[in-house]
Design a protein. Sequence first.
Length: 182
Amino acid sequence: MILDNKDQILYNGIKAGGKDTFQVLFEEYYLRLVIFAQKYLIDLDLSREIVQGFFVNLYEQRETITIQTSLKSYFYQSIRNRCLNVIKQENVRLAHHGKIRKILIDSENDWQDTMIESELANQIRQIVTNLPRKCRQVFKMSRQEGLSNKEISEKLNLSVRTVETHISNALKVLREKLEDYI
């Protein structure tokens, strides 16, 4: 598409770096472009920043810029693209923050779970330590060493039934003392 006469004059003024041309363009398009950007971004300050950045970039790139559509179309398309880039960056940032938040929450939960497990293990150790000697010995052989009731009865010269009773009594005491954890 070929530029109309007015756009061609303004385009030539842009290429030449004419400050009057930029003043005219800024005054004519700034407010409209801000309102346009705000429809995408909602944030008025961010919309202003986008439009101001566009005009700064237009001035800085004036010698190499090629506009083949109307200036109005070029301006609006440029602002639209900048807004979409901001939205895309924000979505990436939010997704990244969401992942970090999840990792932090998971690590917090892991830390809390580890702390609870540690406290529970400590409570169990204290309770087992306070069991009567023979009961404690049978319970440790069963739970810590992984011996069967028959193996324990043979090693300690006890009946299987006595071993079962000691384990049952130890478990009963643990259940009572750990009621808050269960």
